[in-house]
Design a binder for this molecule. Structure first.
Ligand code: FER
Length: 286
């Protein structure tokens, strides 16, 4: 009787350990819950971050380009910060997150709760072309190409500008790249394509500009070794869900740790606000 109980206990323990080792327990969506009620509502009497618009010289485009930068509550030049580069969608520009999500409210609230690592958030214009305004037909070929060209602007113009201008930690472990839709595709393409530059990568409702999985991540082992966080999320009612799903399936198949989160909602800012809340909480933590 005693012996049999022991055997049962041992096999239960073994099963649990195997579940942890080989199951996708750590990356399953059960571990992710929607942002709580009120996460995006301004709270009185808390510390507030500051948003400023900067202009940087872009050699890639040959113009001065704008970006919005949020520095956290209590920001000090005497500290050094990690940076999240946060990208907009096909019809947006450097104002899109600010106008539609009020990320400063979401982030200020998270800081007030002690839930965020202090970080600088950079919201650039991801359409790297001379006239980068969000006007006319957003699907024009030259605009789509400009979203791809932004990789060079980001790596060789914007990041160096930010790192010369702000007190930031200049190391891949302290750089995150995320975005919504077209910007989600950019984040996956540029982030996974430049693992020497980014350790934290997120695609929210990523658009069809996302490379096909084999091209996106030809060397899954490098990603396994280098990434601290790979986040893929999408609303279940979004027509673009197939892009996130195919990426997730490839990552599963190649056992690349990632968070895959299908959430209620469509292709809109209710989803992306929720994503920003959930994703930012994970950043720059061990
Ligand atoms: C597409 C459908 C949607 C596409 C891009 C989008 C490049 C982008 C949507 C967005 O950014 O909101 O076929 O192709």
């Amino acid at each position: 009787m005693m012996n049999k109980d022991k055997v049962n206990l041992t096999s239960i323990f073994t099963f649990i350990i195997l579940l942890f080792l080989f199951g996708d327990y750590a990356y399953s969506q059960q571990s992710i819950e929607q942002a709580p009620e009120g996460f995006d509502v301004e709270t009185a009497n808390i510390g507030r971050g500051v948003i400023e618009t900067v202009e940087y010289e872009s050699e890639t485009v040959g113009t001065k380009r704008k970006a919005n930068i949020y520095t956290p509550p209590g920001y000090s030049e005497n500290q050094q910060y990690p940076v999240l580069y946060l990208l907009h969608g096909i019809g947006g520009d450097e104002e899109e997150w600010l106008n539609n999500a009020k990320p400063q409210i979401i982030l200020d609230n998270l800081y007030a709760e002690g839930e965020l690592e202090p970080m600088i958030v950079v919201m650039p214009n991801g359409r790297a072309m001379e006239d980068d305004r969000a006007i006319g037909n957003p699907f024009e070929q030259e605009k789509i190409e400009a979203f791809a060209r932004f990789e060079q602007d980001l790596l060789t113009d914007l990041i160096p500008f930010v790192e010369e201008t702000y007190p930031v930690i200049q190391d891949r472990e302290y750089r995150a790249l995320a975005g919504l839709s077209m910007g989600g595709g950019q984040s996956l393409n540029f982030g996974l394509g430049n693992l020497d530059m980014f350790a934290w990568v997120g695609g929210f409702s990523s658009a069809p500009n996302t490379k096909e999985p084999e091209e996106l991540l030809p060397n899954p082992d490098a990603a396994k070794e280098k990434l601290n966080l790979l986040w893929i999320s999408c609303g279940v009612d979004d027509n673009l869900l197939h892009v996130s799903r195919r990426t997730h399936e490839y990552l599963e198949e190649h056992q690349v740790p990632h968070i895959y989160y299908e959430e209620p909602g469509d292709h809109d800012f209710d989803v992306w606000k929720n994503d920003l809340y959930l994703f930012s909480k994970l950043l720059f933590k061990s």
